[in-house]
Design a protein. Sequence first.
Length: 244
Amino acid sequence: MKARRTQTAWRAGAAVALGLAAGLAFAQAEAPGEAPPRNRDPLESFNRGVYRFNDGVDRAVLRPVATAYQDVVPQFARTGVTNFFNNLGDVWNLANNVLQFKLQGSAETFMRLNVNTVFGLGGLLDIASEAGIERHNEDFGQTLGHWGVPSGPFLMLPLLGPSTVRDTAALPVDFQGDALGHVHDIPARNSLSALRVVERRAGLLRATRLLDDAALDPYAFMRDAYLQRRLSEVHDGRIPDDEE
């Protein structure tokens, strides 16, 4: 029972931090020409409060640790870590490509997994990208959107970062689909989870600086970038006229 509680706590903690890092990743998208209609953010007052809380946690904990990781660990080692976790992520990418009946995405993701796992030392080397095999990132929120489930209002989750009602409902399935969560060795899983959090956050340090320097309203920028990018991801860049 104690081991199960420890496993649940670590997986929740890793998901929380990765969600916060994902929020910053969406801020790398280009600023949209027009802000989404206000009815996409009916909970703006609540969302802004949660954003300030998340930002405080990030500044106090995640950002300093990620900065130290970037300063201490050599570039080639950081690249290997990134490739390894991207390869693990391709397992869930493959599942969602199949669920969306995307034949090319499924085939290429399957090829990526095999090439990088077998010839890339378990994913430490990204041979598939060098060979021109494209990565198709898909999650269960995108799968729901692909089959017509509306996104619903924008929602800023405590620690998890920007989301929508649809993407929030998809999170439990995404957590179950995370290959790392199925590692049975608890110390190894916990160590890998912590490393993945730090690696993802370190990769967003430059985006954070740009956001701090360029955005007059960081919350609005992140919200609009998230909604615009998620819309593009769900439709694979081919956004219907009525959505635009």
